[in-house]
Design a protein around this ligand. Structure first.
Ligand code: NAD
Length: 425
């Protein structure tokens, strides 16, 4: 798209890639060109200065951002990232991706993202609290339970959300407003089930993909890259459903056992050892070897770009469920699609986290909290429905599942934008 100098923040690689994907999705559903033009720009991009008192009494000024990409389907929603590489082009890209993810999942939410350019590991607890409170205060006019609901992301956590919630509540007359952020500790309005939600969602989606391929979770041989929050719970829930987890890995490398690893014991093991390496009854493999193993399914749950044109021909799994964001590149997706390997794309497969964030917001607004079974049941309902809708378009239009999912996201936004019309006219 043509960009003026004033639109330099729309020129970041992440955002340009997102827009390219949107343009391709728009072709699949023959999207209204005026709608497409509007979809290619954020609604509002906020830049704030965040001055804070450091522990040595000096004052430092950090730069913070909140990009509110779209409120067509509901209040803006998206995480807040604290990282030294955060800049406006990156936040715009992440806000766009949130918009399309919330849309494909069928959530009544728009998309946003925020962040501060800071290395949080260099701040004391007090400095981090000062930073969070001042940032919240600077964006307070723009956020709120019916306006924009932030959440944790890289470099932020439930404690950060507790400070954001408290600052916002103090500035709104001192009344508690838990619905202003999600990802809070349970004691102040957080939701049960959030910790394992993304891993459980990966498993629900993989079960659906197996069903379509005439396969079953019970007895399936699965390899999982990454054994953090997403990978370990995806492993545990598959194991509990009778799957054989034949290999897992972390940043230090991988382990395998062709008869299946004992996942509950492995989860205990990493609590003390901090790595999967050295787990009894397993042999070492590299991360590269893990991806190329003979297996029924592969769950890449670590980093982006792990399967690209260099190894796409060597992948032997029949199904890939993307726990991580962007683990399979666009070019590799095309190769795998041609080879008949089914990819359940990240926007659906790792949607469990944002779905339970949505539940947290709903529960906060109702002031009525569900038990974990209720959360898991509702998560299954939403994520499998999103899968089915995407799968239908994938078959109807004969496109890969990733393109189909994006097309569903664009179509939902298109319908809502046409119904709402253009203000003032
Ligand atoms: P995490 O930090 O808990 O775990 C990451 C895992 O990946 C660790 O086991 C780590 O050792 C491993 N890893 C890191 N570098 C690696 C490498 N080079 N090779 C192999 N393994 C490596 O993170 P997480 O929360 O599990 O998130 C994993 C991915 O899922 C990220 O891409 C994240 O953006 C995405 N994601 C997470 C959530 C969530 O709710 N946690 C939601 C959606 C998407």
């Amino acid at each position: 798209m043509e960009l003026s100098n004033a639109e330099a923040h729309l020129n970041g690689p992440l955002f340009r890639n997102a827009i390219q994907v949107v343009e391709e999705a728009a072709k699949i559903i023959d999207c209204d060109p005026n709608v497409l033009e509007r979809l290619k720009r954020p609604r509002r991009s906020i830049i704030v200065s965040v001055p804070i008192r450091m522990d040595d009494y000096s004052v430092k000024v950090f730069q913070g951002f909140r990009v509110q990409y779209s409120a067509t389907l509901g209040p803006f929603k998206g995480g807040v990232r604290y990282h030294q590489n955060v800049d406006l082009p990156e936040v715009v890209g992440l806000a766009a991706l949130m918009t399309f993810k919330n849309s494909v999942l069928g959530l009544p939410l728009g998309g946003a993202k925020g962040g501060i350019c800071v290395d949080p590991t260099k701040l004391s607890r007090t400095e981090k609290q000062n930073l969070t409170r001042r940032y919240t205060s600077e964006i307070a006019h723009f956020i709120g339970p019916t306006k924009d609901i932030p959440a944790p992301d890289v470099g932020t956590d439930p404690q950060t959300m507790a400070w954001m919630m408290d600052t916002y509540s103090q500035e709104q007359g001192g009344y508690s407003q838990p619905g202003v952020v999600t990802g809070k500790p349970i004691e102040i309005g957080g939701s049960l089930g959030r910790n394992h939600a993304t891993g459980l969602g990966v498993v629900y989606v993989a079960e659906k993909a197996f069903e379509k391929k005439g396969m079953k979770m019970d007895g399936a041989r699965i390899a999982i890259q990454g054994f953090g929050n997403v990978g370990s719970f995806a492993a545990l829930f598959s194991y509990q459903r009778g799957a054989k987890i034949i290999a897992v890995s972390d940043v230090g490398g991988g382990i395998m056992n062709g008869d299946g690893l004992n996942i509950p014991e492995l989860m205990d093991y990493i609590k003390t050892q901090k790595t999967v390496k050295g787990f009894p009854h397993s042999q070492n493999i590299t991360n590269e070897e893990l991806l190329e193993l003979e297996c029924d399914a592969l769950f890449p749950c670590a980093l982006e770009g792990q399967i690209d044109v260099h190894n796409a021909e060597k992948i032997k799994a029949k199904v890939i469920a993307e726990g991580a964001n962007g683990p399979v590149t666009t070019a590799a997706t095309k190769i795998l699609h041609q080879r008949g390997i089914f990819i359940a794309p990240d926007v659906i497969a790792n949607g469990g986290g944002v779905i339970v964030s949505y539940f947290e917001w709903v529960q906060d607004i109702m002031s009525f909290f569900w038990d974990e079974d209720e959360i898991n049941k509702r998560l299954k309902g939403i994520i499998t429905k999103a899968f089915e809708v995407g799968f239908k378009l994938h078959q109807e239009k004969n496109v890969d599942m990733r393109s189909a999912a994006m097309a569903v996201a664009v179509q939902r936004l298109e319908k809502a934008m046409l119904l709402r019309g253009l203000y003032p006219r």
